[in-house]
Design a protein around this ligand. Structure first.
Ligand SMILES: [Zn+2]
Length: 127
């Protein structure tokens, strides 16, 4: 990968990082609203759960973005964390923070459905 390409990815990733940090920082906005009305309470609980689920997704994404930025610094950006093959430029263009090549990502998704945490471990270790 050329320096120009790397700095382009760096810029994209930094912007994404800023955006996600803002979202995650609003975590405190999720407060437990007490309501006398039981129906209201159910509604609030559902909203809260959705907000927490979204936040989970944002937090994971933020972790991947930070980890990708670190890989730009140490020169390993664009290499799959699992098989160490190059991640295709097309995939990186679509998902600059992708930690895995497409084959490994598919395997990771399958593993996650089966409750196997191998790939999750790789991500945590890389973060
Ligand atoms: Zn791979």
């Amino acid at each position: 990968m050329t320096k120009t390409e790397l700095s382009k990815f760096k810029k994209i990733l930094e912007n994404k990082q800023d955006e996600l940090e803002r979202i995650v920082r609003n975590r405190d906005a999720i407060t437990i609203e007490k309501s006398a009305d039981a129906l209201d309470e159910v509604q609030h609980a559902a909203e809260r759960e959705l907000a927490i689920r979204n936040l989970d997704r944002e937090s994971n994404l933020l972790r991947n973005v930070r980890s990708a930025l670190r890989r730009i610094e140490d020169g390993s950006f664009g290499t799959c964390l699992h098989c160490e093959e190059e991640i295709s430029p097309k995939r990186l263009a679509a998902v600059p923070w992708a930690p895995f090549c497409i084959q490994c990502q598919e395997q990771a998704d399958r593993n996650q459905e089966e409750g196997n945490e191998l790939f999750e471990e790789i991500l945590v270790n890389a973060a």
